[in-house]
Write a new protein. Structure first.
Length: 150
């Protein structure tokens, strides 16, 4: 019975993680090739977007860094049949923050940063204006209260 459980665990593990590891390796090779090609273009002064060249090295790293701990955790649990809290906590953090890491890497370019900054400044400006108006109303009611009582 225990051999069947181990076989099922191995099957389930590799059905998910085998494809994930393949994606990590494939993406790493593709990004290495693209980066090498961009370096050649840069040397020939044909590439204008220097930021993209610098940023592209992080694409496979996000995939590898965010999924290496969950892979280790699953392997450990499968082999030793016990859980380590800190490893499980890092596993949960990595899986749940993977989308955020991708957003930070892929979506945050200078245009998007400016839009976000403008929205945040606009929000705080509205809040400050509202706070000032509320304080003015409070001062007016305090003045009218003082004038009535005098």
């Amino acid at each position: 019975m225990q051999q069947n459980e181990l076989l099922m665990d191995l099957l389930m593990f590799f059905m998910y993680y085998l494809f994930l590891w393949f994606a990590m390796i494939y993406n790493s090779f593709v990004m290495f090739y693209i980066r090498r090609t961009l370096k050649k273009l840069k040397e020939m002064n044909l590439m204008k977007d220097e930021q993209f060249y610098q940023k592209i090295k992080f694409f496979p790293l996000v995939l590898i860094i965010w999924w290496i701990v969950p892979s280790i955790h699953r392997l450990y649990m499968m082999v030793y049949r016990e859980d380590i809290f800190i490893l499980a906590a890092i596993h949960v953090f990595c899986e749940s923050s993977y989308g955020f890491a991708n957003m930070m890497l892929y979506a945050l370019n200078p245009k998007v940063k400016k839009i976000i900054e403008k929205k945040i400044k606009g929000f705080f400006a509205k809040e400050e204006k509202k706070r000032i108006e509320d304080n003015t109303v409070d001062l007016n009611s305090a003045n009218s209260y003082l004038n009535v009582n005098n």
